[in-house]
Design a protein around this ligand. Structure first.
Ligand SMILES: *Cc1c(COP(=O)(O)O)cnc(C)c1O
Ligand SMILES: [Zn+2]
Length: 428
């Protein structure tokens, strides 16, 4: 592998463009603008070709020239390359021609898209010499930091809002991380983490390591493009929490285009999905406001998306409008229905955030905002096993019967079905 570090020129302020060295720093000291990794694309292009990428192992590091690690990755070496599924049965239900699901519900190791961002952030944390790492999490980040830190032998502190789903809490605690629930919402957790990172000198993946962390999301976009035959879809629907992922998907397509790797132009319209109970970004898009108004008390079953004051909300809403996309939000009832629709049509059990994505896609298709004839990718970012509370009282329980054929026959009759195999065997 070439030394990717030479390909990263530094960190650049998204507001004023000021350049900073590649250190654990997430905002511009002049204007508090967020910092973003800057690359030397000419140097990247020397080794980053379709052929070289195709020859590499099937994980997210096949795109390593566009990830901000100086040497070989040391954490999350097997993350990524999740399935892109052609979803014809869901397409029929939603009334569109060409639909795909990017299924990060089965990402390794912690079953969410967060493994991508954590692989980059923790590999960087190791390079920068951190032994203790942490995060402010709405659930999935907690599990991913805990799992990947455990495998790398790092000490992990994960901070979460009180009242998260059992699957998210156990899914972090099992790895031996220190899991700390804060009395308050995500914004309280995040503020506290900024203070902890500063005071203790620890590497918080989405605080002082955020510029590196955020770049990991691009790999979802690279994989979508590669699996579509180096083509960008016409529409992407992405769930939004802090608003980072949606911007990085778009950046990924345009980086590939800039490097001459795409077949045809990139004209992807970006569509953002949120829950009605926490919709700061979609509200900004819909009202045309030029500032994000924080939601003080998020209230939704889509807890993984419940960030009332999103760090990248402004840039996400601007991007959505600039690409000709749109954003919507849906209530809890619609979220659960959409989780069931996705499971029943495609055999994919997504968490509540997946329900948000599918329900919002349906709404945007009905509104005519998503063109029924274009290609559309829905980003499924987390696994249904982790948000069972959302379904527990809504799905039918198993029917209990006596262990006899009479009991089974009576049941089948009540379903209105008939015994095909038996009828054939009996020569009927
Ligand atoms: C974190 C998360 C997102 C969105 O993340 P951004 O903060 O917007 O980058 C989407 N889906 C799930 C399941 C998540 O955990
Ligand atoms: Zn600046």
């Amino acid at each position: 592998m070439p030394v990717a570090g030479e390909l990263v020129t530094g960190l650049k302020c998204r507001l004023c463009g000021k350049l900073y060295p590649k250190e654990a720093l997430n905002f511009c000291t002049d204007d508090f603008g967020p910092l973003e990794v800057a690359y030397d694309y000419e140097a990247v292009g020397r080794t980053f070709t379709r052929e070289s990428i195709a020859s590499r192992p099937k994980n997210m590091w096949r795109y390593h020239e566009l990830l901000p690690i100086d040497g070989e990755p040391t954490v999350g070496k097997h993350v990524g390359c999740t399935p892109l599924i052609r979803a014809d049965r869901l397409a029929k239900a939603l009334g569109v021609a060409e639909l795909y699901i990017k299924n990060d519900a089965v990402n390794h190791p912690s079953l969410s898209f967060k493994d991508r961002v954590v692989a980059v952030a923790l590999s960087k944390a190791v390079e920068l010499g951190f032994q203790t790492v942490g995060c402010a999490s709405t659930g999935n980040l907690a599990g991913s930091v805990a799992a990947n830190a455990a495998a790398a032998g790092l000490d992990a502190y994960v901070l979460i809002p009180d009242g998260l789903e059992q699957g998210k809490i156990l899914g972090a605690t099992i790895y031996g991380a220190k899991v700390i629930a804060i009395e308050g919402n995500y914004d309280h957790v995040n503020r506290l983490c900024s203070q902890i990172a500063f005071r203790y000198g620890w590497g918080f993946v989405n605080v002082n390591l955020r510029p590196f962390y955020a770049e990991g999301s691009k790999t979802m976009g690279f994989e979508i493009a590669e699996d579509l035959g180096w083509r960008a879809p016409e529409h992407v629907v992405a769930p939004m929490a802090g608003g980072s992922l949606i911007g990085k998907l778009h950046k990924a397509f345009h980086e590939l285009d800039r490097l001459g790797l795409m077949n045809g132009p990139v004209r992807t319209k970006m569509f953002g999905a949120q829950a009605a109970g926490c919709n700061p970004i979609s509200n900004t898009v819909k009202t045309g406001a030029n500032k994000v108004k924080p939601v003080r008390n998020p209230d939704t079953i889509a807890k993984s998306l419940a960030i009332g004051d999103p760090a990248d909300g402004f840039f996400a809403s601007k991007l959505i409008r600039d690409t000709g996309g749109w954003s919507e939000d849906v209530d809890d009832e619609a979220i659960v229905e959409a989780m069931q629709l996705l499971a029943e049509t495609e055999g994919v059990w997504a968490e509540t955030a997946g329900g948000v994505t599918v329900a919002v896609a349906r709404k945007l298709i009905e509104q005519g905002k998503i063109d029924r004839d274009g290609s559309t990718v829905l980003c499924i970012t987390g696994n249904g096993l982790k948000t069972q509370e959302a379904l527990a009282d809504r799905l039918a329980r198993p029917v209990v019967i006596k262990p006899t054929m009479e009991a089974f026959d009576a049941l089948v009759e009540s379903y209105g079905a008939f015994a095909e195999v038996g009828a054939i065997a009996a020569g009927a």
